[in-house]
Design a protein around this ligand. Structure first.
Ligand code: ME8
Length: 514
C-alpha cells in the first residue's frame, strides 16, 4: 500500500490579492505533492484561506461588503491564481476558515481545552496587519512600532481567555532537539530554540466580540470570539476530519504533517501549534519548513506594505507570448533561490532564466532531437545506444535533494543532464552522420539515446513544470502513459519504432539580430 504524505501551505489572509510570496509557498507545496505522487505515494495536499479577524473585517468595511461576501470574493481570486499556475486539481482540499466543518472543529477544541484556560485581563500592544500581539514591556511606548513589520501598534486592554505555554517549554525543546518535530532550515530551528530559552508568555486565544465581532463563537462565552491565529492553525486537523475520520489517523498520526510556511510565521507554527496539539493529546507535526522572503530591494514583499509583484501580471503580461508561461514562472521561483533563503524578484532575472536555461538549453535539446528524429528516422523512435554519463546518478541526486526540500538543487541536477545532452549533440553531430550512409546505425543510436534522455527529463520535470513535462511526453508520442519516478533509472524504456508526436517549440523567443 502507498505511503501516506500530508502536505500543507499556510492559509492566506484574504485582505488583499495574492502576490509572489503566496504563490511561492503554494508552488513549492504543489511541487512536493507532485513529486510524491510521481513516486507512488498517497498524498493529501491542503491549502486555503484565513478569513476571520480584525484586518479582514477592516478590509471588508473599506470595500463596503460584509466580511463573508468580501472573503468569498477573495477566495475566488486565490482559486483563479492556483488554476492559472497549474495547481488546481493538485490540492486535495481548499479549506476556508469560514467552512462549517472548520467552525465546528474550533468549537469542539475550545470546549475540550476549557478546563485548561484562565480568564483574566489582557494588556498588550497589537499590530493589526500582522494580527500579532506584543507584551507591554516588549515595545517602546515612546515610539510604539511592531517588532515584525515596524508599523504603528496600538495598546489594548480587555478581558480574555488564556492558554498557558510555559509548562510546555521543556518538552517542546526536547521534541525539537530529538528531531521528533524537525524545523528546517537550521537557522529557523536555532531561532525557535532561542525563543524556548526564555519563559513563554501565555497565549491569549479569544477577543471580545465588542471589539472584534468577526470570528468564530466561543461556545462557553457569548462575549468572545476566537483569536484568528488559534482558529486558523486548527485548519490542519479540520481538513483531515479530526477526531474520528480515518483520514486523520492515516495522514496525521501515521504520515506526520509537513507544514510549508514562510519564516514570518515560525513562532505560531513551531511554538503555539505543537502546544495546542499537545493539549489535545495529539502529536506535533513531523516537519516545519520555513522558507525565506521574496523581497523588493531590501524590503519584504508584503500585501500590507503594498510593494507587491502580482503573479497574474508576470504570467499574463510579462510572459504573454509564452505557451508555458505558468511553468516558466514556477521554474523561476524554484530554481532562482535555494529554498530557505531570501531572494529578490526582478524581470531581468526571470528573463535570463527563460533565455538561458529554458529556451537555449531545454527547449533546444527537445526541439533539435525531435526534429532530427522526424527528418532522419521517419518520425519513429530509434533504438537507443548507451546512456550518457549524467543519466545514472540523476535519480539518486533528485531523491536526495527532494528529501531535503532543495528544489533548486534538484532542478540544477536535471539541467546538468540537459547541458550534457546538448554537448553530446555537438560531439556526435548527427547532421554529419546523416550524410554518411555507412553511419546510419550510429545515427539511429545517437538519436535514440537523446530520445531516452528527453524521456527522463520529462519525468524529472513533472513536479516543477507539469505542462512542459506533459508536452515533451506528447512530443515523444507517449500519450497517456503514466510518468513514474521509478522509470528514471530504466534504460532504454522507449519502444523502438513507435511513432513520435509533433515537435513543438516549447519556449519561442523573439529573434534578435545580435
Ligand atoms: O500569515 N516572501 O497569512 P498571510 C515569501 N493567515 N513568502 C511570502 C511572502 C514573501 N514576501 N509574503 C507572504 C498568514 N508569503 C496567516 C497564516 S496559517 C494557519 C495562517 C507567504 O496571507 C509565506 O508562506 O500573511 C508566508 O508565511 C505566508 O505567505 C503568509 O501569508
Amino acid at each position: 500500500m502507498a505511503d501516506p504524505v500530508y502536505l500543507t501551505t499556510p492559509l492566506y489572509y484574504v485582505n488583499a490579492a495574492p502576490h509572489i510570496g503566496h504563490s511561492y509557498t503554494t508552488v513549492a507545496a504543489d511541487c512536493l505533492a507532485r513529486y510524491h505522487r510521481l513516486r507512488g505515494d498517497d498524498v493529501f495536499f491542503l491549502t486555503g484561506t484565513d478569513e476571520h479577524g480584525e484586518k479582514i473585517a477592516q478590509a471588508a468595511a473599506v470595500a463596503g461588503l460584509s466580511p463573508k461576501a468580501f472573503a468569498d470574493r477573495a477566495a475566488a481570486t486565490f482559486h483563479a491564481l492556483w488554476k492559472q499556475l497549474g495547481i488546481e486539481g493538485s490540492y486535495t482540499r481548499f479549506i476556508r476558515t469560514t467552512d462549517p466543518d472548520h467552525e465546528a472543529t474550533v468549537k469542539t477544541v475550545l470546549q475540550r481545552l476549557k478546563p485548561l484556560l484562565r480568564q483574566g485581563t489582557y494588556r498588550f500592544w497589537y499590530c493589526v496587519p500582522c494580527e500579532t500581539s506584543f507584551g507591554l514591556s516588549e515595545i517602546d511606548a515612546a515610539r510604539p512600532a511592531c517588532l515584525n513589520c515596524q508599523r504603528p501598534v496600538s495598546q489594548v486592554e480587555e478581558e480574555d481567555y488564556f492558554l498557558e505555554l510555559e509548562p510546555h517549554r521543556a518538552w517542546l525543546r526536547d521534541v525539537i532537539e530529538r528531531e521528533q518535530m524537525r524545523i528546517w532550515p537550521v537557522e529557523r530551528r536555532n531561532e525557535v530554540l532561542g525563543m524556548l530559552a526564555q519563559p513563554l508568555p501565555e497565549l491569549c486565544i479569544t477577543r471580545p466580540r465588542s471589539r472584534v465581532p468577526w470570528g468564530i463563537d466561543v461556545p462557553f462565552s457569548p462575549d468572545h470570539v476566537t483569536y484568528v491565529w488559534f482558529d486558523a492553525l486548527l485548519n490542519y486537523i479540520t481538513a483531515l476530519g479530526w477526531p474520528d475520520d480515518p483520514r486523520f489517523a492515516r495522514y496525521w498520526q501515521e504520515a506526520g504533517a509537513v507544514h510549508l510556511i514562510g519564516k514570518d510565521i515560525i513562532r505560531h507554527h513551531a511554538l503555539y501549534w505543537p502546544i495546542i496539539l499537545r493539549a489535545l493529546e495529539l502529536k506535533p507535526p513531523a516537519l516545519i519548513f520555513a522558507h525565506g522572503w521574496w523581497k523588493i530591494g531590501e524590503q519584504k514583499m508584503s500585501k500590507s506594505l503594498g510593494n507587491i509583484v502580482d503573479p497574474t501580471v508576470v504570467v499574463g503580461q510579462l510572459l504573454k507570448e509564452q505557451p508555458f508561461a505558468a511553468d516558466i514562472y514556477r521554474y523561476f521561483l524554484l530554481r532562482e533561490v535555494p529554498f530557505g533563503q531570501d531572494g529578490a524578484f526582478s524581470e531581468e532575472a526571470l528573463m535570463k532564466r527563460l533565455q538561458d536555461d529554458l529556451a537555449n538549453d531545454l527547449g533546444n535539446l527537445v526541439n533539435r532531437t525531435l526534429s532530427m528524429i522526424q527528418r532522419y528516422c521517419h518520425a519513429q523512435t530509434p533504438r537507443a545506444g548507451d546512456a550518457i554519463s549524467g543519466v545514472s546518478g540523476l535519480s539518486a541526486e533528485i531523491a536526495s535533494a527532494m528529501e531535503r526540500l532543495e528544489f533548486s538543487a534538484a532542478l540544477e541536477a536535471i539541467m546538468r543532464l540537459v547541458t550534457q545532452a546538448n554537448q553530446y549533440i555537438e560531439q556526435t553531430a548527427p547532421w554529419k552522420l546523416a550524410k554518411q550512409p555507412g553511419e546510419a546505425k550510429t545515427l539511429q543510436a545517437v538519436l535514440g539515446t537523446l530520445a531516452e534522455v528527453i524521456r527522463i527529463v520529462a519525468i524529472a520535470l513533472e513536479p516543477f513544470m507539469p505542462r512542459v513535462s506533459a508536452s515533451i511526453w506528447a512530443q515523444l508520442g507517449l500519450g497517456d502513459a503514466p510518468r513514474r519516478l521509478s522509470d528514471l533509472s530504466r534504460w532504454p524504456a522507449l519502444t523502438a519504432g513507435a511513432p513520435i508526436g509533433t515537435p513543438q517549440i516549447l519556449f519561442p523567443l523573439p529573434r534578435t539580430n545580435a
